[in-house]
Design a protein. Sequence first.
Length: 436
Amino acid sequence: MSGTIDHYFKRYLQYPQQIETPPSPSLGMVVVVPCYNEPDLLATLDSLHQAEPPSCAVEVLVVLNSSERSPDEHLARNQQTRDELEAWANAHNQPQLQVYGLWHPNLPRKTAGVGAARKIGMDEALSRLYSIEKPEGLIVCLDADCTVAPNYFTAIEDEFARFPEATGAAIHYEHPLDLSPSEPHRQAIIDYELHLRYYVRALRYAGIQHACHTVGSTMVVRANAYARMGGMNRRKAGEDFYFMVKLAKTNLSFDLTSTTVYPSPRISLRVPFGTGKAIHAMTESSGPPEWPTYHPQSFEELKQASKYLMQAFTSSSQDDKDWLSQQSKPMQQFLSEQNLHDRLAETRSNTTSVESYQRRLLQWLDPFVAMKWVHFSRDRDWPNVPVADAARWLWVLEDTAEKPMLQTSWADTDRVSLLRLYRRWDQTHSIRPTPR
């Protein structure tokens, strides 16, 4: 494994090791927190400080970053945050919990953003863990406007001890609804989180086996797996989606549901999309009061497609053509644009069993392709619907143990009740590692 990490350092490392202080020999977990124009960092640090400590030592790396083109007021906020961080660390650092700031005020305009900041911190975390021969150590991602449950560290430690073969995890999250400044804002965050949960559940219903939550502040990865994956990308937004899908495709990542991250529900325009941008759009919109989400029929069609494709190891090219001719026109067009026939022929010719065929096929039939399909379907055949309607459809369709929790007419169930049901659904129907 040291060879893999050495290779990563030679090929992907952007900065040499930045922290001069040697890590504790018992370091086992490094939390990486990108921070740009952030007024609430100390609340995040206080939350981590108050959490029950694990048996290993923990480091928190705050990546204070800005672009060479950042506005003066953002640079001033970063400098103020840097001063506050140094004062906080001097007052609170202890052997088992050390907080460091990484100062990057002039990142190139082309790459500056949350992806670059995460990469800087995660690369430093890898260096710290590698220096004490802890390739199995954990790199944990958080954001500078989040708080965590009191068992945050201990639950992460315990869950990865239970699954020593696991490469990573997505931690359960819940936006704190009581922090919304107004009722429209509160309804917006309810709808947006419900949309996120419905989407992942609908993908799983449709047979997309690597579907996972891709919230950046909930990501955990082992250091050796991080190196094998080629590290974090430098996307300005959506970096978490691409990273978590890549991690899920190892078949050894899981849903870590025994603790909770509480992302801020506030409005933010710092990234092109994501929670803050979505909440801003909903609260400013003069359109319908409910957040629109993908039509259920898109997932029904995807389910039929994935079912056939996963069982098509022994099918012929003519079988493929006959099956495709029976699908909707948008699905026919989409799969043709994806070069389905050539893809299936190549997959069959390079595999010798159903299991190997399915593993190879799933490297293509992943959440990224699924996202392309639902957008394709939305634009041509099945327009978006209100999120509550879609969430009710999936809840009724799926066999869930929580159905007896409904005490009212299903059609009248309010959106906050729906969200609470979906939160529990995610906690009770989680993904676990599936080693080969």
